[in-house]
Design a protein around this ligand. Structure first.
Ligand code: SF4
Length: 289
């Protein structure tokens, strides 16, 4: 890559995790569908298309849209479901109008795109159970592909390309020493729902008699490395050591849950809903570190 001229704001390299092409939405098989519990904002282009769509489908779409403060979203049902989620877990909009009719958020989820200089880091968010399963079931080390050069990079190699130096040791998971301080910080984050607050209370109660042995090993290193990839765009502002500490605390919390309740991919997925998918919560935790 030496000798490449970087023009202002131009993306020259697209990076994806090597497991990215294996991602498939579980649709009707998904237990935690992203079509439940989230209010989906509709982008302007899709909104204009829905506003012009003739016939019964146009009317149905428009009847389901709420517009407030220059934004539009689908009104959730009483059960907090997307109004187009069918009982079999499939999407009525896709079935009737095709995938092209989806708004940007629905079409892209659970993908994310982050920019660092001339690099675009693309990945899959961990609030999706299919992504957690893919990451946790990997039978080979977590690596990243550069689409332009075809290179396969480890996380330390990728970070070095981005201008950050992190040793293998720094990217190997070790639990934080003070679990109580970590929990105090998590208790100050904005809770996604009451179940999250209840869970923290349950953990508090279970550790009154002491902190259990925290599991370590390759699977936790992999979680740490993927969380760092996900949060790498924060490094220029927050600093590498804060982002490393954030990743270590995040995996410590997930590993603490595994120690208390038994290993479960759901611990990683719920962490993601509460922290990864809340910019405010990520920023708050980074500011504490
Ligand atoms: S959470 Fe993932 S697997 Fe489930 S419906 Fe959404 S994209 Fe598909």
């Amino acid at each position: 890559m030496k000798g490449v001229t970087v023009l202002d704001g131009e993306v020259l390299f697209h990076i994806v995790p090597a497991f990215y092409p294996a991602f498939r939405c579980k649709a009707g098989e998904c237990r935690h569908s992203c079509c439940r519990g989230w209010e989906i904002d509709i982008d302007e282009n899709t909104l204009s298309a829905y506003q012009c769509l003739p016939g019964a489908w146009g009317e149905r779409l428009r009847a389901a849209i709420a517009e407030e403060d220059d934004t539009a979203h689908f009104r959730l049902t009483e059960e907090e479901n997307c109004p187009f989620l069918r009982p079999d877990g499939l999407c009525d909009v896709i079935l009737a109008l095709g995938e092209d009719a989806l708004c940007d958020i629905c079409a892209l989820h659970p993908r994310f795109y982050e920019l660092i200089g001339p690099y675009e880091l693309c990945g899959l968010g961990l609030s999706c159970e299919a992504v957690c399963e893919l990451l946790l079931d990997l039978s080979h080390p977590l690596t990243f592909l550069c689409e332009e050069t075809g290179e396969e990079l480890s996380l330390p190699a990728l970070l070095s390309r981005l201008g950050f130096d992190a040793s293998e040791k720094a990217l190997t998971f070790t639990p934080v020493e003070d679990m109580h301080a970590m929990l105090r910080r998590l208790e100050k984050t904005e809770p996604i729902d009451e179940a999250w607050t209840r869970r923290l209370g349950e953990i508090r109660q279970k550790i009154t008699s002491g902190i259990p042995a925290i599991p370590e090993g390759e699977i936790y290193d992999r979680m740490l490395r993927y969380i760092l990839y996900r949060t790498a765009e924060k490094i220029p502002e927050a600093g590498l050591s804060a982002v490393l500490a954030f990743g270590r605390e995040s995996v410590s919390f997930i590993a603490l849950e595994d120690a208390l309740f038994g290993f479960d991919a759901e611990h990683l997925r719920r962490w993601s809903e509460q922290i990864e998918y809340s910019t405010e919560n990520v920023d708050f935790l980074l500011s504490c570190l």
